[in-house]
Design a protein around this ligand. Structure first.
Ligand SMILES: NC(=O)c1ccc[n+]([C@@H]2O[C@H](COP(=O)([O-])OP(=O)(O)OC[C@H]3O[C@@H](n4cnc5c(N)ncnc54)[C@H](OP(=O)(O)O)[C@@H]3O)[C@@H](O)[C@H]2O)c1
Length: 288
């Protein structure tokens, strides 16, 4: 079993894995693993369940106990029994006995109260089929409400140079104070942040002889203590991402990245309750 303290800084994301060409994708996943990446995130909604089915081969090759596997509950929970049923589907398809972390992916669409969902997840922990409890895409108020009833181990949310909403709304600080590991998705905004060629990233990239993406990943991990979850099945880009940790930037440069603001993203108001508008899981996909 992988202890939560032993998770590699970059997790393996699985959105958009090419299921049609999985024979080509598996060696890339193996490459990630052989370079230390041991955190794997799965979601049944990706490609109608195909990603989970296809990635099983990777899990089997590596050996289940060498991976920390996080799975996501779909937002279609209408009855509390759906929580166990959805988890069980992952266990059956992957032919494993437990998941390392279980989280509700999109609480804004949940039809039953969050606390009820999480009380049920805690029951699954006591049954030994879930090791840790995660939560994703909630705001500070929702996090505090759930964490006061059920202890949360992981928070998964969007964080990158341009989208700092979880810093602004106090979630990052709360996680830090309460020992909750913050996992961020879309740290590179699927490569779109670098394409914007912000002068600050260009300056630091030149100064440290690293790519803009490496500057972002280094800052997120070393300065913010956030674990980026990145999807890449391209060996060159996997290398690029992993080689983000072998350098230190000056205090002043980390400070410049901390202070960087994007007026576009700062102006967005998020729909936390699923009533329409921009939902937090779509924030990083705006403006391009
Ligand atoms: N909880 C949530 O609501 C939520 C939301 C979104 C995502 N997620 C999870 O987080 C993971 C990561 O998010 P994401 O996949 O949306 O975004 P991402 O990791 O920022 O970007 C992935 C995309 O960028 C490319 N890429 C990776 N490294 C790159 C690099 N160094 N330079 C240029 N392009 C690069 C990948 O293509 P190649 O494979 O060709 O390299 C892929 O198309 C997902 O896979 C998913 O597991 C969770």
């Amino acid at each position: 079993m992988v202890r939560k303290e032993d998770i590699f800084p970059i997790g393996i994301g699985t959105w958009n894995i090419d299921c049609e060409n999985i024979e080509k994708e598996i060696p890339s996943l193996m490459y990630s693993f052989s370079h230390g990446q041991n955190y794997l995130s799965l979601y049944m909604l990706y490609n109608h369940g195909e990603v989970v089915k296809k990635v099983k081969k990777f899990i089997d090759q590596v050996g289940r106990e060498h991976l920390f596997i996080t799975v996501n509950l779909e937002p279609t929970i209408e009855d509390i029994q759906d929580v166990f049923e959805q988890l069980n589907k992952y266990l059956e398809i992957l032919d494993i006995h437990y998941v390392d972390s279980l989280q509700l992916h999109s609480p804004m669409f949940s039809k039953i109260p969050l606390v009820d969902v999480y009380t049920e997840i805690q029951r699954l922990v006591s049954m030994g089929i879930v090791r840790y409890i995660g939560i994703s895409n909630v705001n500070l108020e929702q996090l505090i409400t759930v964490h006061s009833v059920v202890p949360i181990d992981f928070f998964e949310g969007v964080y990158n140079l341009e989208c700092k909403i979880y810093e602004d709304n106090g979630v990052l600080d709360y996680c830090k104070k309460n020992g909750i590991r913050f996992i961020c998705y879309q740290v590179l905004r699927r490569g779109r942040t670098a394409k914007r060629n912000y002068p600050l990233l260009l300056e630091l990239s030149k100064k440290y002889n690293k790519t803009q993406n490496q500057i972002i990943i280094n800052w997120v991990w070393k300065e913010k203590n956030i674990y980026p979850l990145i999807k890449s099945t391209n060996v060159e880009r996997i290398c690029e991402n992993i080689q983000s940790f072998d350098f230190e930037m000056s205090r002043e440069d980390y400070k410049k990245l901390n202070q960087f603001r994007s007026s576009e993203f700062d102006g967005v108001s998020i729909d936390w309750e699923g009533n329409g508008g921009i939902t937090i899981d779509q924030l990083a996909n705006q403006f391009d």
